[in-house]
Design a binder for this molecule. Structure first.
Ligand code: S3P
Length: 169
């Protein structure tokens, strides 16, 4: 398989960790969309949300997706919101093969409570607020994520099952 492999899923689902491992295993390049944006803008995602707001961030994110998606033989870990804005999901499907890392909500909440610091959408929320946010956002985003070509339903996503799904083993 040539083309790009896109990993999507909610914040905290392990897209970056799994993406890096997958790319190493199959000898593809690896890109993390948030990292690409941070490098090109010379600011952290948190700074961008703070300084230019989410709306402008989503435009930049889309431009970065178009740019990075032109690469072949690469694994791209998307931001949690990337598939859910504009027609990004159509674009992702056009550009390559997509995998949704689907974790149960309580697991995501647990993971995010420990790592909310660098995530601007969560930074100001307390424990209860995070549960509410994740519950509401998951309902809103699931119709996008579920359009992925493959869905890995696991609370401990691993590279092996993804390679099997994609026939890369
Ligand atoms: C976001 C997820 C983040 C980052 C930004 C917004 C979202 O990426 O793009 O903070 O809307 O879910 P991760 O999913 O890699 O944390």
């Amino acid at each position: 398989m040539r083309k790009a492999i896109f990993l999507m899923g909610f914040m905290g689902s392990g897209k970056t960790t799994i993406g890096k491992k997958l790319a190493r295993k199959i000898k593809f390049d690896f890109f993390d969309l948030d990292e690409v944006i941070e490098l090109s803008q010379q600011k952290t995602i948190a700074q961008l949300f703070e300084e230019i707001g989410e709306e402008r961030f989503r435009e930049i994110e889309r431009e970065a997706l178009i740019d990075i998606g032109k690469n072949q033989n690469c694994v791209i870990s998307l931001g949690g919101g990337t598939p859910c804005f504009y027609n990004n999901m159509d674009l992702i499907k056009e550009l390559g093969t997509s995998v949704y890392l689907k974790l149960d909500m309580p697991i995501l909440v647990g993971r995010l409570r420990n790592t909310k610091g660098n995530r601007p959408l969560l930074a100001k929320l307390n424990h209860k607020g995070i549960s509410k946010f994740v519950r509401e956002k998951l309902i809103e985003r699931e119709p996008y994520y579920s359009q992925a070509d493959f869905i890995l339903r696991s609370n401990h996503p691993k590279v092996g099952p993804i390679m099997d799904m994609l026939n890369l083993a």
